[in-house]
Design a protein around this ligand. Sequence first.
Ligand code: TYM
Length: 339
Amino acid sequence: MTEASFTPRVFSGIQPSGGLTLGNYLGAMKRFVDMQDAGAHETVYCMVDLHAITVWQDPADLQKNTRELAAGFIASGIDPEKSILFNQSRVPEHAQLAWVFNCVARMGWMGRMTQWKDKAGKNAEQASLGLFAYPALMAADILIYHATHVPVGEDQKQHLELTRDIAAKFNHDFGVDFFPITEPVIEGAATRVMSLRDGTKKMSKSDPSDLSRINMTDDADAIAKKIRKAKTDPEPLPSELKGLDDRPDARNLVNIYAALAEVSPQAVLDDHAGQQFGTFKPILAELAVEKLAPIGSEMSRLMADQPEIDRILARGAERAREITEPILAKTYDIVGMVR
Ligand code: TYM
């Protein structure tokens, strides 16, 4: 089987671990919508609840966060008729293929993952086995669909390289050309949205300071306030991108503007060079409120109809299994399971 024979298919996932940020939206969700609307691929999007429990999740919060994330997908423009939208635990082939990949991947590969090192820290002995094996489940998420393209933010790049290594090792070990060597899609101005309080740190839902991030559920006042309070420097905006090289906070706001306005960072500088942040921030705040506040209010509206969200996820899982069941069956055949 050559790569050309794989159906062009996009897969990506987001953890329902609470709080969708502007980083998730610009780095992932908005790009998921663009790929859905471009129509060049089948698109499959997943709330990865099995990944979320690699660290402790309160069960009631996990349920609430999964439904809230589903509302976030739909409010951002994912159409559950066009895309397949579901939560991971409802499609058991993810976990089943992950077990096979646990036996293909090597301990050393997992140990080199920077996310593992960051999350487990010095306390690796106390981290869950699931956290260590996390990237094998992620590879299974992607490869159980024979996905050819995976849109993600920059922080997932190493996991996607590992996914390619697992596919290649499986194909080599069993002498097949069964799993595609998936292409990461890490493009645009916002593949790494930084903290509003520290332009050298990634914007993250786990940052203790709420001022460091914009949450997709923030209202217009909160969005405007956080941008007004964002850390900047006293210099005006330069006319060329290289003028932002040593100015991470300034560069972050320019990138956020570019991604929200769907223009290049250079085009933002073309329009705003010479402006101080006292002038630029209110313009950015207005743009952010215009683009984000309607998504937040649509999320609240959707959350009020929980049975509808549950119906959408159940239907999405049924459609997902039409793809995953035959791929798992073929994988078991290749591996030599008697069935
Ligand atoms: P997660 O849930 O941490 O984040 C979801 C997506 O949001 C992107 N992202 C960002 N992009 C730009 N700037 C930021 N500050 C920022 N913060 C988060 C992430 O890169 C990601 O694309 N392991 C994954 C979930 C996953 C997955 C998969 C992704 C599980 N299986 C299969 C793709 C394919 C994760 O923890 O993402």
